[in-house]
Design a protein around this ligand. Structure first.
Ligand code: FES
Length: 169
């Protein structure tokens, strides 16, 4: 092999060295992108947990728009706003606690009935029929100046319905 041949087959300016350089640059670029994604993710979580952060708060509507004993779907928050017969408000997750199917409200049955395996839940989100292991999760509700506001940042798990879970005027 001549000197010239060895330079192209493995020398400093050879094809192998060139591809090694390309792979190194691509690897560094991928690492930089992963790092940027990680930092962005952590920054968004930090912002969401900051006191006063309101991006996750959804205005569901005026108190007077919800009659006692009714359920209203709030699409932008992916929850139902249940107005209990005593006037209290519960924001119920649409996600079935069995395997996560979306649970519709059945007006005729007066219950949330899961289309996947038949679990049903009462107006307060309690399990009426299984296999769902626990009630529908809730989101914190507060009422300010006659407006019902729901914080969708984090759903709350519960074992059963308690009256203090509902927000009241
Ligand atoms: S996912 Fe709802 S009953 Fe199974």
């Amino acid at each position: 092999m001549s000197k010239t041949d060895s330079r192209f087959s493995g020398g400093r300016f050879g094809r192998r060295a060139f591809f090694n350089w390309i792979w190194t640059v691509l690897g560094l670029a991928a690492l930089a992108e992963l790092g940027w994604l990680g930092i962005s993710f952590l920054a968004s979580r930090r912002d969401r947990n900051r006191p006063g952060h309101t991006e996750s708060v959804i205005k569901a509507g005026e108190v007077s728009a919800f009659a006692p004993g009714t359920v209203t779907a709030v699409p932008q928050g992916r929850f139902y706003l249940a107005r209990l017969p005593d006037g209290g408000f519960l924001a119920l997750s649409r996600t079935c606690t069995h395997l996560g199917c979306s649970v519709p409200w059945d007006e005729e049955k007066g219950a949330f009935v899961c289309p996947c395996h038949g679990s049903s839940f009462s107006l307060t989100g309690e399990v009426v029929t299984g296999p769902a292991p626990r009630p529908l999760d809730t989101y914190p509700v507060r009422i300010e100046n006659g407006m019902v506001k729901v914080d969708c940042a984090k759903a709350r798990r519960r074992d059963r319905y308690l009256a203090e879970q509902a927000a009241r005027i």
